[in-house]
Design a protein around this ligand. Structure first.
Ligand SMILES: C[S@@+](CC[C@H](N)C(=O)[O-])C[C@H]1O[C@@H](n2cnc3c(N)ncnc32)[C@H](O)[C@@H]1O
Length: 240
């Protein structure tokens, strides 16, 4: 997938690189009961919004954050520096993260590996009884509107929540919890992206970032046209 020119710079200026909230992280920790001196991977961490919440919520834990995009890694390192050795952020491929982890947190990034392929690969990287929490695009009905299909255009096949549950089971995992991200988390994500666009304009970067800005504004307009239908499912799973 080729990114429009300026994509990484524009998105590195946003609070996060996909929809999600601190309450999603807190929900996963509460549901799993994880606490104390555990080891957590933030897989596809972007600029580290969720690593920050994980580090806050789990002060005794070791948090490892990994992303392939160097500008995001640099932004995450700056954001998380205050946590010192509790949090490490590195550039790399989440598929090969060694572990073992008690929790692999993966907001909006598992589709880069494929749900089945990624979950199978991570089985080896989990402690016995370990958990994976991941968010993934879903259609809310079997017959999504043309506007919803337009939003996801180019993102590959998007299934329903039932399809995703089947893929979790097919990868050999049990579903322990599920939560939908619709509406407010997406609005917050796009409000922050709009702020990054305004900042680019204010600092004279708009011409250089024009292809990325155009792409982002098209995406926001498509979300607005189908906002009640655009969803991520956040799945909390464990190997069977
Ligand atoms: C939609 S963004 C989500 C970022 C972050 N989790 C968040 O919610 O703000 C997906 C991220 O996955 C990263 N990514 C894609 N493939 C990856 C891989 N194989 N290993 C590590 N990171 C990857 C991208 O660079 C991007 O930062």
């Amino acid at each position: 997938m080729s990114l429009p020119e300026g994509f990484l710079e524009l998105y590195a200026g946003a609070d996060r690189q996909g929809p999600g909230t601190t309450s999603d992280v807190v929900w996963a920790l509460n549901e799993s009961g994880l606490s104390g001196r555990i080891k957590v991977l933030d897989a596809g961490c972007g600029t580290g919004a969720d690593s920050w919440t994980l580090a806050q919520a789990l002060p005794e834990a070791q948090i490892e954050a990994v992303d392939t995009a160097a500008p995001f890694v640099e932004a995450a390192q700056a954001r998380l520096r205050a946590f010192g050795p509790q949090v490490t952020v590195r550039e790399g491929d989440m598929a090969g993260a060694p572990g073992p982890y008690d929790l692999i947190w993966c907001a909006g990034a598992l589709y880069f590996l494929g749900v089945t392929e990624g979950l199978r690969a991570w089985r080896e990287a989990l402690e016995p009884g370990g958990w994976v929490a991941f968010s993934h695009p879903v259609h809310l009905s079997d017959s999504p509107s043309a506007a919803a299909r337009a939003f996801w255009q180019g993102e590959g096949e998007i299934g329903t929540v039932e399809d995703l549950r089947a893929r979790v089971a097919g990868a050999g995992y049990a579903l322990r919890g599920e939560r939908m991200l619709v509406g407010a988390p997406w609005k917050a994500y796009y409000d922050a992206l709009r702020a990054a666009i305004s900042e680019a304009r204010a600092t004279g970067r708009a011409a250089v970032l024009a292809p990325a800005i155009e792409g982002a504004e098209t995406e926001i307009a498509r979300w607005e046209a189908a906002r009640d239908e655009i969803a991520y499912a956040l799945m909390l799973v464990q190997p069977e």
